[in-house]
Design a protein around this ligand. Structure first.
Ligand SMILES: Nc1nc2c(ncn2[C@@H]2O[C@H](COP(=O)(O)OP(=O)(O)O)[C@@H](O)[C@H]2O)c(=O)[nH]1
Ligand SMILES: [Mg+2]
Ligand SMILES: [Zn+2]
Ligand SMILES: [Zn+2]
Length: 418
C-alpha cells in the first residue's frame, strides 16, 4: 500500500511524515509555534504543551510558547495572539518541530535496527560525530539536530562518555526508565550548480532510536517502532559478526566470548526476520513479493576479526575521500562480506535478505577501530573505520551523492566547478 511512497523521489509532495511520531500529515495541517517573548520583544508567554509532554513522557522542557494553526504550506505565519511572525513549524500530532528544510523537501527517513549488543549505541555516537566532522566536510553536508533534546542527549549519553571520556557506553536501559524518543537529525547537502546555476538542497532525516532489545517485547514501544520502520525510506541493520555461528574462529585472540549468545534476541537473523515479518504484515506485501525499502546490512566490530582474514581484502582498503561513491569499491566490499557470511555458515542470512528485499547491500565497519578493554576504548582512542559507508550508499541511492569508478573523469575531483 505504501509502496509508491517508498520509492525515493515519489513522496507525495503534499504529505509530510513526522520523524518523531511518524504521523503522515498533509502539509496544510502542519502547525506553528509562537516565537514567544524574549528580552524586550513582546510575545506569548510559555504554557505547558500537553501534547509534547505526552510524547516525551515528561513535563520538563514542555513549557513553551503556544502552538497555533495556519497554513502549513507557508514557511511563516503570524501568531493570532501576539501578532508576531514565526517560522517554527510543528507536527500537529506530537508538537515536535518540523524544520523548514524537512517540510520543503520531505526528507527521507533512515532507520537503524540491530540486536542487543550489536553495537548500535556505539555506532550512533561515532556515525553522528563523523557526519558532524570529517565526513560532513568531505560531502559538503551539514548535520543539524532537529530539537534541543536531541542535542542534549547526544552530548550526555553518547559523545561525552564515549568520545571524551573513552568509556564504553552502558547497555541501553529499557524505555520503561528512559525516554523512548529518537534522536532526530537532518542531513542536508547542497548540490551542483557551479557559481551561477541554482543549487539544490537535498535532505535526509536520520531518525535514531537507541532501544534496548527487550523493548521490542513491550506493546507500546513495539508499536512506535513498527511505525518507525514502516515510515522508513531506508533501513540500516547492524549485525555483530561475533554472533554468527562460524565467525568465532576468525576472531582475534584474547577476545572474551559473547555474553549474550543464549539470548535469542541477540541472534542477528532473528531480529532481521522479526522486523521483516512485521513490515510485510503492515504493508500487506503479497507472499513472494519482495519489500521495496532498500536495506544496508552492516557487520560491526570488524576490527575484532583476525588481521590475516582482512589482509589484502577490499575491506582493508581505506576509501578515498573524494565526495563520490566509489562504485568499484562498493561492489568489492559487498562481494567480500557475502563471501564471509557464506564461510561462516551464515549464508542463510544472505539468502533470506535476497528473498525478502528487492535491494540490499552488505557492509563491514568498525565504530571503535579497536578492541576495547575493561570498559574502556583501546589505547589509540576511537578510530572509526568505514562507519559512514552504509550512509554513503543510501545517499547515492537517493540521488544525493554521485557514484563513479576510479579512472573515470568524475573520480578524484570533488565536484564540477571546484
Ligand atoms: N571490537 C569492537 N567492539 C565493539 C565495537 N562497537 C561496539 N563494540 C562492543 O560491543 C559492545 C556493545 O555495543 P553497544 O553499542 O552498547 O551495543 P547495543 O546494545 O547494540 O547498543 C560494546 O560494549 C563493545 O564492547 C567496535 O567497533 N569494535
Ligand atoms: Mg545500546
Ligand atoms: Zn509528530
Ligand atoms: Zn504569540
Amino acid at each position: 500500500m505504501l509502496d509508491k511512497a517508498r520509492l525515493p523521489g515519489v513522496h507525495a509532495r503534499d504529505d509530510v511524515t513526522c520523524p518523531y511520531c511518524f504521523a503522515v500529515v498533509p502539509l496544510q495541517r502542519v502547525r506553528f509555534r509562537c516565537r514567544g517573548q524574549a528580552g524586550r520583544r513582546p510575545g506569548c508567554a510559555p504554557v505547558l504543551d500537553q501534547r509534547l509532554a505526552d510524547y516525551t513522557g515528561s513535563t520538563a522542557g514542555a513549557s513553551l510558547p503556544p502552538v497555533f494553526s495556519a497554513s502549513g504550506r507557508r514557511s511563516r505565519a503570524a501568531c493570532p495572539d501576539c501578532g508576531q511572525e514565526t517560522g517554527s513549524r510543528v507536527c500537529p500530532e506530537c508538537h515536535n518541530p518540523l524544520p523548514s528544510a524537512y517540510c520543503d523537501s520531505p526528507g527521507r527517513i533512515v532507520a537503524l535496527v540491530g540486536a542487543k549488543n550489536a553495537g548500535k549505541s556505539t555506532y550512533i555516537a561515532v556515525l553522528l560525530h563523523e557526519l558532524m566532522n570529517r565526513v560532513g566536510t568531505e560531502l559538503d553536508a551539514s548535520l543539524v539536530a532537529c530539537d534541543d533534546r536531541t542535542i542534549e542527549r547526544y552530548k550526555r549519553d553518547f559523545a561525552r562518555p564515549l568520545l571524551e571520556e573513552r568509556r564504553l557506553l552502558p547497555t541501553t536501559t529499557s524505555a520503561a526508565t528512559s525516554p523512548r524518543e529518537p534522536l532526530v537529525y537532518l542531513l542536508t547537502r547542497s548540490r551542483g550548480g557551479g557559481r551561477f546555476a541554482r543549487s539544490r538542497n537535498d535532505s535526509l532525516a536520520l531518525v535514531l532510536f537507541d532501544t534496548a532489545g527487550e523493548d521490542l517485547r513491550s506493546r507500546e514501544v513495539r508499536d512506535l517502532h513498527l511505525r518507525y520502520l514502516e515510515a522508513a525510506d531506508a533501513i540500516i541493520f547492524l549485525v555483530d559478526p561475533l554472533e554468527l555461528p562460524g565467525a568465532r574462529a576468525e576472531v582475534a585472540d584474547g577476545l572474551p566470548p559473547p555474553t549474550t549468545s543464549e539470548d535469542p534476541d541477540s541472534e542477528p537473523i532473528n531480529i532481521i526476520a522479526r522486523v521483516t515479518e512485521a513490515l510485510r504484515e503492515r504493508n500487506g506485501t503479497k507472499p513472494g513479493d519482495r519489500l521495496r525499502v532498500p536495506v544496508a546490512v552492516a557487520l560491526t566490530k570488524i576490527d575484532a576479526l583476525r588481521p590475516g582474514l582482512l589482509k589484502q581484502s577490499a575491506l582493508r582498503r581505506t576509501r578515498d575521500g573524494v565526495g563520490v561513491l566509489d562504485l568499484d569499491d562498493r561492489e568489492a566490499v559487498d562481494e567480500q562480506v557475502r563471501a564471509m557470511l557464506h564461510d561462516w555458515q551464515a549464508g542463510r542470512l544472505d539468502l533470506y535478505l535476497r528473498q525478502q528485499y528487492a535491494e540490499y547491500a552488505l557492509f563491514g565497519l568498525s565504530a571503535l577501530g579497536g578492541i576495547p578493554h575493561d570498559g574502556k576504548v583501546g589505547a589509540g582512542g576511537v578510530r572509526p573505520y568505514r562507519a559512514e559507508d552504509p550512509l554513503l550508499w543510501l545517499l547515492y541511492r537517493f540521488g544525493m551523492l554521485d557514484g563513479a569508478r576510479p579512472g573515470s573523469g568524475r573520480f578524484g575531483r570533488r565536484a564540477a566547478g571546484m
